[in-house]
Write a protein that binds this ligand. Structure first.
Ligand SMILES: CC(C)(COP(=O)(O)OP(=O)(O)OC[C@H]1O[C@@H](n2cnc3c(N)ncnc32)[C@H](O)[C@@H]1OP(=O)(O)O)[C@@H](O)C(=O)NCCC(=O)NCCS
Length: 174
């Protein structure tokens, strides 16, 4: 990613799905089917889908990251998160998580959960920065390689929101 890029965060739209699918396939060994995104976008009022878009791109539209979180009663569940490989390491995932945590808190969530592969140390490091802790191990959770999932929990979202100060992200506008 060039240093002069400008990134914005916004709700996902139907016409983002193809770009989102590209990022999904580049990021996961078991990408979601298109129908899963369409379902959350159109039929699931509990889903919060947000994207990061590079508005300085020469292309008409350049979605470079996405997050999907489900709000179930007082609990938010981060269902997926991925950044295009060319755009990783610039704080974009941090920005998307911040956005979802703030919105989930405003909508009444008090805690947040997610699953992550035991081998995915980068994602675990990212979640720990927000205060997520490993609370459970789901044995052989992922069907492709029978890898365990770690269940991570941010137990006190209200506390996080009280102390939250937006991190200054160089070159990232939100
Ligand atoms: C995990 C992922 C979303 C991180 O996105 P990103 O935009 O590169 O992350 P950020 O730049 O916001 O980095 C935030 C933190 O993640 C961790 N991190 C990011 N890249 C890292 C790397 N290459 N090595 C180690 N830690 C790294 C660090 O803790 C970093 O914080 P720091 O910058 O203060 O050190 C991205 O690597 C990705 O899409 N991976 C494939 C999909 C995936 O694993 N999704 C999560 C499923 S649970």
């Amino acid at each position: 990613m060039k240093e002069d890029k400008k990134i914005i965060f916004r709700p996902m739209r139907n016409d983002d799905i193809d770009s989102v699918m590209v990022i999904d396939r580049l990021s996961f060994s078991m990408p979601w089917p298109k129908s899963a995104y369409l379902h959350d976008l159109i039929d699931n009022p509990k889903a919060m889908l947000r994207v990061a878009e590079d508005i300085s791109s020469d292309h008409e539209k350049d979605v470079v990251g996405m997050i999907d979180a489900w709000l179930i009663l007082d609990e938010a569940h981060i269902a997926t998160l991925a950044i295009h490989p060319d755009y990783r390491g610039h704080g974009i995932a941090k920005g998307l998580i911040e956005l979802v945590l703030v919105e989930a808190h405003q909508m009444g969530a008090t805690r947040v959960i997610l699953e992550v592969r035991t081998s995915n140390l980068v994602a675990q490091g990212l979640y720990k920065q927000f205060g997520f802790e490993v609370v459970h191990r789901r044995r052989r959770y992922y069907v492709d390689n029978k890898e365990d999932a770690l269940l991570m929990n941010l137990e006190h979202l209200d506390e996080w929101a009280r102390t939250f100060q937006q991190v200054e992200l160089p070159k990232i506008a939100s």
